[in-house]
Design a protein around this ligand. Sequence first.
Ligand SMILES: Nc1ncnc2c1ncn2[C@@H]1O[C@H](COP(=O)(O)OP(=O)(O)OP(=O)(O)O)[C@@H](O)[C@H]1O
Ligand SMILES: [Mg+2]
Length: 238
Amino acid sequence: MLKIKNLTKRYGNKVAVNKINFSVNAGEIFGFLGPNGAGKTTTIKSIVGLLKPDEGQILINGVDNQVDILESKRQFSYVPDNPEVFEKITGFDYLQFICDVFKVPNEKRMDKMNYYLEKLVLKDDVHGYISGYSHGMKQKIVLIGALIANAKIMILDEPLVGLDPKAQHTVKELLREHCDKGNSVFFSTHVLEIAEKVCDRVAIINKGEIIELGTLEEIRTKIGKEASLESIFLELTE
Ligand SMILES: Nc1ncnc2c1ncn2[C@@H]1O[C@H](COP(=O)(O)OP(=O)(O)OP(=O)(O)O)[C@@H](O)[C@H]1O
Ligand SMILES: [Mg+2]
């Protein structure tokens, strides 16, 4: 579904991501964990085409994102780490725009919109301008856009930051629902309990290199103790 081969990205002389490799399978929620500055956002921006890799290849649902750029963009939806996008339109118009881009059939739009807007308690505000939304509300509308797009893979950079506990819980359920249809989710997070609860597999990145990859069970077995993800994370990234 998503294949990263030998991805390297530098900023000037500084190597932010160094020859990383991993794959996300169909039906899987894959967590990308690592401390501040580890290279998560750099990797994600390289996947979605906002940064050009210095080396390596990225295949999104089999499409090379440096060769068939437009087709690769049809394979994913994206939530950036900062939801400050599209301020001057209403939430409703933003969702209509996303439906247009991802060719969601007209007759299905309202049902889909209402489903997600009700789930994330945003229905009453959908006709207001996004500029008037709180941080969490902006996060919600961008997440709803990414869900409504119904893309093969959702790519999310810190999607739960700023959401209240109920909304976090709902988003986790909605992501699982998306994957149960055979799609995939790739998301970065600092919230280890969330990774522990929702991810089928995780990769831990530190200083631009992947230091662990697998199910939590596999990582625990390898490290050889009944540790919490938090203690594994602290030990590995120290
Ligand atoms: N635009 C930039 N110019 C120069 N260096 C950058 C730039 N963006 C990121 N970096 C550097 O690249 C490295 C990786 O940053 P990145 O934003 O990918 O980390 P991250 O894992 O997303 O961190 P966080 O958890 O804080 O979001 C850091 O050392 C950072 O200083
Ligand atoms: Mg980041």
